[in-house]
Design a protein around this ligand. Structure first.
Ligand SMILES: CC(C)(COP(=O)(O)OP(=O)(O)OC[C@H]1O[C@@H](n2cnc3c(N)ncnc32)[C@H](O)[C@@H]1OP(=O)(O)O)[C@@H](O)C(=O)NCCC(=O)NCCS
Length: 188
C-alpha cells in the first residue's frame, strides 16, 4: 500500500513505532489472542510490542504486494483501533489470507468490516484473484465479519496450521462494485 487507504471512518496505513501502546491494546488483549492462529501470539508487554512493530516495519518493504500488515486508525480521534494483515498461508504459500484484529473495546461498530472490505478491494486492484480468511470453528465474530465483507464459507481444513479452521473465500466477482484495474483507470 503506497498511500493510506481511507474509508468513511477509518484510515488503513503502515504501522509506526509510535503505535506500540495502541497496538498492545489489540495484540496484548486476551480476548484477541485467544482467537489468533499460530501465526501470531499474545504480546506480553510494551517492549515486546515495540519489537514486534519494528519487525513488521522492517519486513514490510520486502513483502510482495499485496502482502503486508497495516494499522487501522479511526479518523474521528486518530486512535489506532485495529490491525489488518495479508499474508501467505503455510505450509505451501499458495493461498493468501486476510486477517483482522480489533481492540476489544471497539468491537461491535463495524470497523473490521469497513477496513477489511477496503483492503480486499485494494488487494484485488493489485491483480490478486482470491483471498481467504481462516477462523477457529467457534470464532463466530470472525465468521460474521468475513460474511459481512462478502466472503463465502468454503469448508473446514487442518491443512494450514494443523488445527481445525473454517475457511472463507472472496473473489473479485463477489464484490457488488466491479474492481477497477490500473489498466481501466489508464483508459479513463
Ligand atoms: C473478529 C473481530 C475483528 C470482529 O470485530 P467486530 O467489531 O465484531 O467486527 P465488525 O467490524 O464486523 O463489526 C460487526 C459488529 O458491529 C456492528 N456494527 C455497528 N455499526 C456497524 C457498521 N457501520 N457496519 C457493520 N457493522 C456494524 C454489527 O451489528 C456487529 O455487531 P454484533 O457483533 O453485535 O453483531 C474481533 O472480534 C476480533 O478482533 N477478534 C479477535 C481476532 C480475530 O478473531 N480475528 C479474525 C481472524 S484473523
Amino acid at each position: 500500500m503506497y498511500a493510506p487507504l481511507r474509508t468513511e471512518r477509518l484510515v488503513v496505513r503502515d504501522w509506526t513505532p509510535g503505535d506500540a501502546e495502541a497496538a498492545l491494546r489489540i495484540y496484548g488483549a486476551e480476548e484477541v489472542a485467544h482467537w489468533l492462529t499460530p501465526a501470531m501470539h499474545r504480546v506480553g508487554d510494551l517492549p515486546a510490542m515495540r519489537a514486534v512493530l519494528q519487525a513488521w516495519e522492517e519486513s514490510q518493504p520486502n513483502l510482495v504486494r499485496p502482502s503486508g500488515r497495516w494499522a487501522v486508525q479511526r479518523r474521528e480521534d486518530d486512535r489506532v483501533v485495529g490491525g489488518v494483515v495479508i499474508r501467505m498461508l503455510p505450509p505451501y504459500d499458495e493461498d493468501l489470507e486476510i486477517g483482522w484484529q480489533l481492540s476489544p473495546d471497539t468491537w461491535g461498530r463495524g470497523y473490521a468490516t469497513e477496513a477489511g472490505a477496503a483492503v480486499v478491494r485494494w488487494a484485488f486492484e493489485q491483480g490478486v484473484d482470491e483471498l481467504f480468511a481462516v477462523a477457529r470453528p467457534n470464532n463466530t465474530k470472525a465468521a460474521a465479519t468475513a460474511r459481512r465483507i462478502g466472503m463465502e464459507w468454503v469448508g473446514e481444513t487442518t491443512k494450514y496450521y494443523d488445527m481445525r479452521l473454517n475457511v472463507y473465500r472472496i473473489r473479485p466477482s463477489d464484490l457488488a462494485e466491479p474492481v477497477r484495474m490500473p489498466t481501466d483507470r489508464a483508459h479513463g
